[in-house]
Design a protein. Sequence first.
Length: 278
Amino acid sequence: MEELLSYKGKVRNMYNLGNNYYLMEASDRVSSFDKHIGIIPGKGVLLNKMSAYWFNKTKHIVDNHLMSYITKFSLVKKCNPIHIEFVIRGYITGNTTTSLWHHYKNGCRNYCGLDIKDGLVKNQKLDKPIITPTTKCDEDKPISKEEILKQYYITEEELEFIYDKVYKLFEFGQKIASKAGFILVDTKYEFGRDENNNIILIDELHTCDSSRYWIKESYQSRFDSGLEPEKLDKDCVRDWIKQHCDPYNDKIPKLPESIITKAYNSYKYFYDTLISSQ
C-alpha cells in the first residue's frame, strides 16, 4: 500500500483511494513532546475501536468523517483539514511545555487570550472548561480565538460553530466517562471541510491518546493529599520519559516492556470498562 500513502503523521497514516475517501491507519506509534516516542503493539487497533465508538455516539452533536472501520483501519471521507487542534480543558494539569499547568506555574495568567485566576494548584478542577487551541505544525503553539480569525481561512461564524461543538462534545464525553467511573480531564478535537464545504469532525475522538482520563473514585482523596491522580492515558509514558531524559533536547530512550505493558493495559481497561458501562 506504500504507493497509496499520501500522508504519514506522528501516529496516523493516510492512504489516498483515488475517490472521495481515504484509508486511515491508526499505527502503534506513540507521540508526545512534539515527536515520536515509541511503539505500543496493539495500540492502533484498540484506539481505532475506541474512536469509532465515540464517533458513532456523537453524530447527534456534529457529523464526522468516519464511514466504516476494521482493525486499525478506517474508511473516512476526504476533507480539507482546519490546521488547528481545539484543545478543551476541565482541569489544570499536564507535564509538557504545551500544557496549561506548565505555563501557569511559570507565571502565565493569560493563555490563548483567556484570563486564568491566581491560586490554582496542579490537577485542580477549573470553574468551567476552557478552550485553548494550538497550531498544528512541527511545534504546537497556543493561539487565541482572535489570532485564528486573523491567520486562518475561517469566518467568525464558522469558528463560533466549532467552539459550540467543542463544548457540547466535551460535556457529552464527560457524562459518558463519568458513568463508567472516569474523569475526562481534557482532550482535543480536529475539524475539516467536506466536499460540500460543511465543517465536520475528523481525526480521532476521545481516545486515551488524544485525551486525559483519571479514575473518578480516587481523584478527590488523592488531590486533597497532594498525590497525582490515577491515570488511564499515555501520561505513564510521558512521566517515565521525563524521569530519564530531557525529552525536548535529548534522544528519547527505548521504552521498557513494563511501561509498554502498563500503557496498553490501561488503554484496554478503559475501553473494556467504557463499553460494559453502557
